[in-house]
Each structure stands twice: as C-alpha cells, then as structure tokens.
Design a protein around this ligand. Structure first.
Ligand code: SAM
Ligand code: SF4
Length: 347
C-alpha cells in the first residue's frame, strides 16, 4: 500500500516537480546543449513511466514536466499524456495530486494538429524555446547549417508553433505558453530586445536563462554568462518593469511589464543560485534519477521500475539523503571531469 507522505531532504527541501525526459535525442544542435545522436539503451516503458509518475506524486510532486532532448520526437508523448490524464481523473489515483502537466519543446514540430492533440490529451502548459529573432543568430544558436535562411525558417516554425498552441486553446495570458531563451554573452545578447518584443506581441512570458555549465560538450566559460540583472536592466531601459519576485521552489525571478503586455522571468542559476528551495527531481529517459542538474552521475532506478513499493522506497531514500547545492558552491568546486549532458538530463 502506497503511503502519501511528502519527503524532505537534508536541507528541508520537499519534492515538488518531476522532470521526466522522454528522449535524449534532438532535431536541433544548440551550441550550449549539444545533444547526442542516439538514445541510451533501455528506455523506460510506458508502464514504467506511469509507475514513476504515480510514485513521485505520492511523494509530493505537484507538477510533471515532460522534456528531453526534444520530447516531440517521442512516439510515447501522446499515450503518456492520455494515461496521465486518465489517472488525474480517477478517484484514489495518486496522479490526482498533479496540478500541472507541462512540456518543454523547441517548437519545430509543433504543428496545428500536434498542438490540438497535446491539448486534447491533457497538457496544461507549453514552454517553447527560441534564442533569437534574427535568422543568422538563430541558426548559430541552434547549430543549423544553412545560415540566415535556415534560421529564418526556424524562427517562423517557432512562431507558427506559438500560434498553433494558441489556436489549440493554450492561453498565453494565463501562463500556459512561455518562451525560453538561453542568453550567451557575445552570441545572442543582441536579441534581448527583439525577443522581448516578440513575447510582448504574442502575450507570452519570456524566460531568459543564464548560460549554465551543464554537460561536457558545450565548452562553457564563465565569461559567456550574461548576468540576469544585466538582462533585466537592458529590457527595463526599453519597457518599464515591476518586480514580482520568485515563488518558493520556482526557477524564475519574475517581472511584469507595466503595460501588461507579456511578462518577463529570469533564471539566474549562475549569478543568483536558488538551490535553497530546489524541489526538482529529474529522471532520464532510461531511468536514471538526478536531484541536481550539475551532478556527474545519477541513481539507477531500472532495477526497481517494475515494483511500485521498491521504486517508492528508492526515490524516497534518494530524496531524504539529498544535500546537493552545486550552484551555490560552484566557485568552491574543482573543475569536474565529467558531467551529465543537458539533453540527457532533461534541462
Ligand atoms: N528540446 C527542448 C527545448 O529546447 O526546449 C527541451 C529540452 S532543453 C534541454 C530544455 C531547456 O534547457 C531549454 O529551454 C534549453 O534552452 C535549456 N538549456 C539547454 N542547455 C542549457 C545550458 N547550457 N544553459 C542554460 N539552459 C540550457
Ligand atoms: Fe535540442 Fe533543446 Fe538541447 Fe536545443 S536545448 S539542442 S532544442 S534539447
């Protein structure tokens, strides 16, 4: 019998968000992410994913975020959403505790039909990533060959994806569509105002993310991080902003434009770490659990994925012993020999 006790870690943090990666593969090759070409062997089955979601909900998760790699590449996405939706409406199912089901996507495959199917299958929120409005900058950031024309095509696809989401019933003004952008100093910081203008035009919240030292392949150097405070300063000089603060457990420090067109959130993982109330459990597509984005190794859940009680015990134990706060301690760490990649971890 599954208990419903919330788990608390060594720093008094509770589990709140399950980030489940559906694939490590991607149809883009962003310079700050650099996904691998293939999935690891032994992807979880649908039953295992559902068991995991139920166990996480039992242990206190109120939000499920599906991610990757590019989750729209996964054939599993719709059946999973449909099964979660059934769980959320079934009396006694722990999934009833899930308040939000969200998806992070690069938007390339977000056609009108796909957006409609996602909404019908029970998806509540979409976060769509786009790092530039200018075609040549977008192509460089996304690792596309084909220069400006390829970048312009990408920007068009993403904007069309936003329109498809709106037509499918996702309401941007209620926070159901957000736009993510990673900002690399000297690479796409010229795009801050164009991205903000785009987000404002479509009523979206723009989430500006500091470039993070996740993975081994992106060649991260601290000099390429544009601090979030600087991003806010540049945008505020163009459109007045009012601070809304950061909700407990959330990643973004939020602002409203005083004319109420769109919104702004900044994710200052490097300059203002928020490890103190981190509530995120990340599970890779092959069933490795990570409590920190910056960890080198995960905990293998595969041996217990077919047994709810054992799985609950393993995850509860992992969370109870958790004490990581890498971002807050970044400057004390020696360079690490290996880190898990972002596209594998699920961002
Ligand atoms: N492919 C989807 C997408 O790009 O939205 C989902 C997976 S992606 C790994 C999730 C998020 O992580 C994206 O918004 C992406 O911009 C962000 N991301 C990836 N690498 C990053 C890095 N090194 N620093 C900061 N954010 C990063
Ligand atoms: Fe793909 Fe997302 Fe990584 Fe870009 S950030 S390469 S879209 S997984």
């Amino acid at each position: 019998m599954i208990s419903t006790a919330a788990v608390v870690d060594q720093r008094a943090r509770t589990l709140g968000v399950l980030r489940l990666s559906l694939t490590a593969r991607c149809n883009l090759d962003c310079s700050y992410c650099r996904p691998g070409a293939t999935d690891p062997p032994g992807l979880m089955t649908l039953d295992q994913q559902l068991r995991l979601i139920r166990v996480a909900a039992t242990l206190g998760a109120h939000t499920l975020r599906l991610t990757g790699g590019e989750p729209l590449l996964s054939q599993r996405l719709l059946p999973l959403l449909e099964a979660v939706s059934r769980g959320r409406s079934t009396l006694g199912d722990p999934m009833r505790g899930l308040r939000h089901i969200a998806l992070t996507t690069n938007g390339v495959l977000l056609t009108p039909n796909r957006a409609r199917l996602l909404r019908a299958a029970g998806l509540d929120r979409l976060t769509i990533s786009l790092d530039a409005v200018d075609g040549s900058v977008a192509a460089r950031m996304a690792g596309l060959r084909g220069g400006q024309a390829a970048g312009e095509r990408l920007v068009r696809q993403v904007i069309d994806g936003v329109m498809s989401a709106k037509l499918a019933g996702f309401v941007a003004e209620q926070g159901e569509i957000k736009l993510n952008a990673v900002i690399k100093k000297g690479e796409n910081d010229t795009q801050l105002l164009p991205l903000a203008a785009l987000a404002r035009r479509y009523g979206l919240e723009l989430r500006l993310i500091e470039y993070m030292d996740v993975g081994n392949r992106n060649g991260w150097v601290a000099d390429q991080v544009l601090p979030a405070a600087e991003m806010v300063r540049l945008i505020q000089a163009r459109w007045p902003l009012q601070p809304l603060g950061r909700d407990s457990g959330a990643t973004a420090n939020r602002w409203r434009f005083t004319d109420d067109r769109g919104g702004l959130g900044v994710i200052a993982s490097i300059s203002e770490p928020f490890c103190g109330d981190c509530n995120r459990l990340r599970i890779t597509a092959d069933g490795q659990a990570f409590t920190c984005l910056f960890a080198s190794e995960g905990t293998d859940l595969k041996p217990v994925l077919d047994n709810s009680a054992a799985l609950q015990q393993r995850i509860a134990g992992l969370w109870l012993h958790r004490s990581d706060r890498y971002s807050e301690e970044r400057h004390h760490h020696l360079p690490r020999s290996s880190h898990a990649e972002m596209a594998y971890l699920g961002g």
